[in-house]
Design a protein around this ligand. Structure first.
Ligand code: FAD
Length: 434
């Protein structure tokens, strides 16, 4: 009899809540990872860098377990339902352990599996791991979820005790992993993917914390951590990050980690916001949705240098600086009046650190339809943003080299003053109907 620990977006052996409880559960633990075909088949890019990242991470974990514990991760490549049918047929299982995932697809999947496990008398234990506070832990005094960030943040700090930051000493119990002969790791090619040559950011974040409040807004310098990818797949522990951030004198970076939890909490309580405006009246906006303009935006050919630089950085690296994400998102939804969901989906395809909760939150913020939104009448001026945040044009010159040669750089796709007026008119029309 074994217990299963199911790795999902927590791909590490250190300080892993679910793995810790599995190891202490009294049965040898068989680790499992499923390459879920329902997710993989939806990816358009057969060289999707995130698939390569997951693959290489699993491979490294597997090698470590093999060398140190003579064990290995059971890998399935199938729909989750099919994969579990196989696992249940192959093993005598006492319990399944895993960590919470708050996205709508994952919640639905886990609810179905819980039923299946219950029918088979298998315990299903799940844990908070990817956030300091989840679901209903930071709520208003009347137990309702916060929908505004600042009071949420205040309550988050009030609630914080050393207990919540304590690491789970997972490695101490790794001997309780079941000894197995190595399982076969299917090749990326056999799953229909090719290895991406994308450079993955490392896990260094400590050096940026102190200067973060002064440097975070300038895309030409590396003033932010680039840790998002590691948070997405759990190759770092949020407890470790929050401990370091809390211990630092400068708390701005910690506040960003709290934004991440705020958006996860919002998506948990308002799952409909994954593809609907948080403020429902914003679903009435009559988007222009011009496909040619959308293509120009995607390719970084709008004639607005900061927008174009951002989109080209995204296309080339899978990353875009936060300040520039705000500018390109505002430009798409307000200047071009293209549905924010088109932009959200494009980011979902391209961002290494794609996180549904933060992406939807960021896009709705930019479009004005979200929780703490920028009001709709505030329309970023991309030229002013450029002057403020890339005054020496270092970022623009890196990504849009032809900008220096005016004859080669396109005219703006739309005039700023005209676009601003058009946006105000269309938004006002939608919002005045209520
Ligand atoms: P740092 O500035 O070093 O921050 C550290 C970590 O804090 C980030 O990795 C992230 O986990 C979290 N964080 C920082 N800022 C925010 C924020 N505003 N909201 C939520 N979490 C934050 N973030 C994502 O992780 N995934 C997304 O898909 C995503 N899409 C976005 C889309 C738009 C339109 C906008 C405006 C923002 C989006 N963000 C997203 C938030 C933010 O831009 C990124 O988290 C940040 O740029 C990642 O870079 P970094 O790792 O260097 O962050």
């Amino acid at each position: 009899t074994v217990s299963i620990f199911w790795f999902r977006r927590d791909l590490r052996l250190d300080d892993n809540a679910g793995l810790y409880y599995a190891l202490k559960g009294g049965h040898p633990v068989l680790p499992l990872f499923i390459f879920d075909t329902e997710i993989l088949n939806q990816l358009e890019d057969r060289e999707d860098a995130r698939v390569t990242f997951i693959y290489q991470t699993i491979e490294a974990l597997n090698n470590e377990l093999r060398e140190q514990q003579s064990s290995s991760i059971l890998i399935k490549y199938n729909s989750t339902g099919q994969a579990w049918n196989e696992v249940l047929a192959e093993y005598d299982i006492a319990a399944v352990y895993t960590n919470h995932d708050y996205e709508p697809y994952a919640r639905h999947r886990d609810a179905e599996l819980k039923e299946l496990f219950t029918q088979k008398n298998i315990e299903f234990y799940t844990y908070k791991d990817q956030v300091i506070f989840e679901k209903g832990e930071v709520v208003k005094d009347d137990q309702k979820p916060y929908t505004v960030f600042t009071p949420y943040k205040r309550k988050w700090y009030d609630k914080l005790k050393p207990f919540y930051l304590k690491p789970y000493p997972t490695r101490k119990y790794l001997d309780n992993i079941s000894k197995t002969s190595p399982f076969q790791l299917p090749t990326l090619k056999s799953m229909g993917f090719a290895e991406s040559k994308t450079h993955f950011p490392d896990k260094q974040y400590k050096t940026i914390i102190a200067g973060y409040h002064e440097q975070r807004d300038f895309p030409a310098i590396k003033g932010t951590s680039h840790i998002g990818l590691h948070l997405r797949f759990g190759t770092v522990s949020i407890r470790q990050l929050a401990t370091d951030a809390y211990g630092a004198e400068e708390k701005t970076w910690l506040n960003e980690l709290i934004w991440r939890e705020f958006y996860m909490m919002i998506l948990y309580h308002f799952p409909q916001t994954a593809d609907h405006a948080f403020k429902p009246e914003y679903d009435r906006i009559r988007w222009r949705n011009n496909e040619t303009e959308f293509k120009a935006w995607c390719e970084g050919k709008t004639g607005y240098p900061l927008v174009d630089a951002g989109m080209r950085e995204l296309n080339a690296t899978g990353y875009m600086h936060n300040r520039v994400r705000m500018v390109v998102a505002s430009f798409l939804s307000k200047h071009l009046l293209i549905d924010w969901r088109w932009g959200e989906r494009y980011f979902a395809r391209k961002l290494l650190d794609y996180e549904m909760a933060s992406n939807v939150g960021g896009w709705q913020w930019a479009a004005g339809s979200g929780t703490d939104a920028a009001p709709y009448f505030r329309v970023f001026n991309p030229e002013l943003q450029l002057k403020k945040f890339d005054p020496k044009l270092q970022y623009v010159k890196k990504w849009v080299p032809e900008y220096a040669d005016f004859s080669k750089y396109p005219e703006p796709i739309v005039d700023h003053a005209f676009a601003r007026e058009r946006c105000l008119k269309v938004f006002k029309e939608a919002l005045s109907k209520s």
